[in-house]
Design a protein around this ligand. Structure first.
Ligand code: DON
Length: 309
C-alpha cells in the first residue's frame, strides 16, 4: 500500500474527533483523571524507518497496560520461555483487566495470561534486579534501547498516584504471594509495576516500539536484534488474543491487527511487513480501551485492508 502522509493522517483524525465524547478518562488512578479527553494523536512508523504523525504528537502519556508487552519481553529475555510460562498462562480470559476471580478457579493458582493485571504483576516480579530501583532502571534502559531515545522517563506523579490507590493490585499481589506465584516483597513489586505503567511516551516513540515488534524484534535503523524473534512473536500473539482484554475478539474482527491498549488512552499496534501504529486519545470505553484509538484503527484497517486475517 502507498504510505500515508501527514495531511491524510490529520484528516482521519478529524473524522474520529467526535468520538472523544463517547467515553470517559480513567479516574480510578487519580492522576489520570486530569487528562484532557480532547487530546488526540496518531503515528505510523514504517519499517524503512520513516515516521509520520498527526495531532498532538508531542503530548506525553503513560504506557499503563501497554507496558505489559514490554515487561513480558524483558522477563522472557531474563528467564526464558519455560520459566515464565510455568508461572503465567497463555489463554485469554474474556474478563476485565483487573478481575481477580479466576485465580481461585485454577489449582495450582496461575494467572491466565500476562496481559491481565494478575499475570502482568507476576511477570514484573520476574524481572531481574537486586531491588526495585535496579529493576525499574533495567526497564527504562530497555525502553531507551527500543526507541534509541534516552529522554524517556517515568511520570513520578502518575506512579505515586497509582501506588497510593492500588488496592486491587495489592490484593492480587497478596493472593499471588500466598500461592507462591510470586516471590519477595509485595510493596517492591508494586513499586516496579506502577513505575513501569507510568513510563511517559509520545505517539512517535510508541509507534517505533510497535515497528520493532513488527520487524521481528530488530531495530529498524541499526538492524540490531533487541528482542529475540521468537519472543517478539509471543508478545504479538498475546496482543491479538488478549491485548484489548474482554474486547479482544471484537477488535480482532473489526481491526485484525495485534495491538495493546492502556488506560491512559494509548494504543500500540504492530503489523508485520508494515510497521507500528500508535494512537492516543484518553477517552475510554467501558472496557478501558481508547474510544478514538479503536475507531481510528478500525477505519485505517478497513480503508487500507490491514487485517492479518
Ligand atoms: O494496573 C492498572 O490498573 C493500570 N496501571 C493499568 C491498567 C490498564 O492500562 C488497563 N488497560 N486498558
Amino acid at each position: 500500500m502507498e504510505k500515508l502522509d501527514e495531511n491524510t493522517l490529520e484528516s482521519w483524525l478529524d473524522n474520529v474527533r467526535e468520538y472523544a465524547f463517547d467515553g470517559h478518562v480513567a479516574d480510578y488512578i487519580p492522576a489520570l483523571s486530569k487528562q484532557n479527553p480532547e487530546k488526540l494523536a496518531v503515528s505510523i512508523y514504517y519499517l524503512d524507518g520513516e515516521c509520520v504523525y498527526a495531532g498532538d504528537h508531542q503530548e506525553c502519556f503513560t504506557l499503563q497496560s501497554i507496558s505489559k508487552v514490554i515487561s513480558l519481553a524483558l522477563a522472557l529475555i531474563d528467564n526464558g520461555e519455560e520459566y515464565v510460562f510455568q508461572r503465567v498462562g497463555m489463554e485469554p480470559s474474556g474478563d476485565p483487566f483487573h478481575s481477580i476471580y479466576r485465580l481461585e478457579q485454577h489449582r495450582p493458582s496461575k494467572p491466565l495470561n500476562p496481559m491481565i493485571n494478575a499475570g502482568a504483576l507476576a511477570v514484573t516480579n520476574m524481572i531481574r534486579g537486586q531491588n526495585a530501583d535496579e529493576k525499574v532502571g533495567r526497564l527504562l534502559s530497555f525502553m531507551h534501547e527500543m526507541t534509541d531515545d534516552r529522554t524517556i522517563n517515568i511520570n513520578e506523579a502518575v506512579a505515586e498516584s497509582e501506588f497510593q490507590s492500588a488496592y486491587l493490585n495489592r490484593s492480587l499481589l497478596y493472593y499471588l504471594r500466598q500461592h507462591d506465584v510470586i516471590k519477595g516483597n509485595i510493596e517492591e513489586t508494586l513499586d516496579v509495576y506502577t513505575k513501569q505503567c507510568s513510563i511517559d511516551v509520545n505517539v512517535c516513540q510508541l509507534s517505533r516500539i510497535g515497528a520493532l515488534f513488527a520487524n521481528e524484534g530488530r531495530d529498524l535503523h541499526s538492524n540490531r536484534q533487541i528482542i529475540p524473534k521468537h519472543f517478539a512473536r509471543i508478545c504479538k500473539t498475546f496482543m491479538v488474543t488478549c491485548g484489548m482484554y474482554d474486547a479482544s475478539g471484537a477488535f480482532a474482527i473489526k481491526v485484525g491487527i495485534p495491538a495493546k491498549s492502556g488506560v491512559s488512552g494509548g494504543v500500540m499496534a504492530s503489523l508485520n511487513h508494515f510497521g507500528g501504529i500508535s494512537v492516543y486519545g484518553p477517552s475510554l470505553d467501558k472496557k478501558g480501551n481508547s474510544v478514538v484509538g479503536l475507531k481510528l484503527l478500525e477505519i485505517l484497517s478497513n480503508r487500507y485492508d490491514l487485517s492479518i486475517f
